[in-house]
Design a protein around this ligand. Structure first.
Ligand code: TYM
Length: 337
């Protein structure tokens, strides 16, 4: 069994948590937790401010992500589940790392280019500096492994580069070099409306994604409306090439059933996508039902969710405070009283 030393990951509490977040990230965290000594799962509420300033819903969105973590199998007794804003050392380290981050490295970040779009001059500084705060989220705990979807790989690599340059400047192994852990099959779950775009919380169309809180009727409708092409199901995986929507739907089924795509193709070979969609709808409903029900139950008890977050922050703060003291010392600051 593979063993990880300390894992850290997080989700932004913006919009609806969806199937891509589950298959690409949270499901793997729950699995890795069984093989890890220490794990920290953060709800990155400060990151949320870079794109949506939604103070009315931020508390509720944060609790919803905490509920999703638990409902997807993360045990709060074994893992620290906490809000980023409850551990001040993240933002403090972020500043120190900013002073090490060459603009050239930040200019390469593709997610900033995507999110800022053509309106780069009006994008906020937080959005630009986001990868440095993300590096601080990871490095403040000296995390060794970071399980994420493909879209976050570049950010984890930046954290790794910053850790390396900090260590070599101070000639001390302060940070381990964190490794991204990406599950190949579910690295990039695509939009149900456009198989060339990833499933995303920020897509304007709810039909582009399955939310973890969607009920059976909504899932049925979304899969019925999901885009496919007019060709039948091919007899093997190769036949899915250049058919992004078809490949995505079969990939989702395969991820939920653990049946490989070749086996699925031979089972449905020659059939229209409409018959496969019935099977996909069924497996989605059955797989997500326990998660939805558990989330709904947890969300009825916000005080208990807050208690999980407070307890998680206590654990996270212990570790973060120890590390930030060491970092301040290395930076040459007068120790605090
Ligand atoms: P966020 O909130 O966009 O997404 C949370 C996690 O879900 C993964 N993911 C996907 N995986 C597969 N297919 C998809 N369509 C899909 N959409 C999202 C993401 O890769 C991510 O793992 N910057 C991060 C949050 C963050 C973080 C961190 C992560 C902040 N600090 C420190 C790890 C470590 C983000 O915006 O994720």
């Amino acid at each position: 069994m593979k063993s990880y030393q300390r894992i850290l990951s997080g989700v932004r509490p913006t919009g609806h948590i969806h199937l891509g977040n589950y298959l690409g990230a949270i499901r793997n965290w729950a699995q890795m937790s069984l093989e890890t000594k220490e794990q920290l799962f953060c709800i990155v509420d400060q990151h949320a401010l870079t794109t949506v300033v939604d103070s009315e819903n931020l508390k509720e969105n944060t609790r919803t992500i905490a509920a999703a973590y638990i409902a997807c199998g993360i045990d709060p007794k074994k893992s620290a589940i906490f809000a980023q804003s409850h551990v001040s050392a993240h933002t403090e380290l972020s500043w120190y790392l900013s002073c090490f981050a060459p603009l050239g490295w930040l200019n390469r970040m593709t997610q900033f280019k995507d999110k800022a779009g053509k309106n780069k001059e009006n994008a906020n500084l937080g959005l630009y500096a986001y990868p440095v705060l993300m590096a601080a989220d990871i490095l403040i705990y000296k995390a060794t492994h970071v399980p994420v979807g493909e879209d976050q790989k570049q950010h984890v690599e930046l954290a790794r580069d910053l850790a390396g340059s900090f260590n070599s400047y101070y000639k001390k192994e302060i940070f381990p070099l964190p490794e991204p852990i990406i599950s190949k099959e579910t690295a990039r779950i695509m939009s149900l409306r456009d198989g060339t775009k990833k499933m995303s919380k920020s897509d304007v169309s709810d039909y582009s994604r399955i939310h973890l809180l969607d009920d059976a009727d909504t899932i049925t409708l979304k899969i019925r409306k999901a885009k496919t092409d007019s060709d039948p199901i091919p007899s093997s995986k190769e036949g899915l090439q250049n058919r992004p929507e078809a490949e995505n739907l079969m990939g989702i089924y395969s991820a939920l059933s653990a049946e490989n795509i070749d086996a699925l193709c031979s089972e449905y070979s020659g059939q229209p996508f409409s018959s496969f969609k019935n099977a996909l709808t069924e497996i989605l409903i059955e797989s997500l039902r326990p998660i939805r029900e558990k989330m709904q139950h947890l969300l009825q008890h916000p005080d208990e969710l807050d208690k999980v977050l407070y307890d998680g922050a206590d654990i996270a703060n212990l570790l973060a405070e120890k590390h930030i003291k060491e970092i301040r010392e290395v930076l040459g600051m007068i120790p605090r009283r």
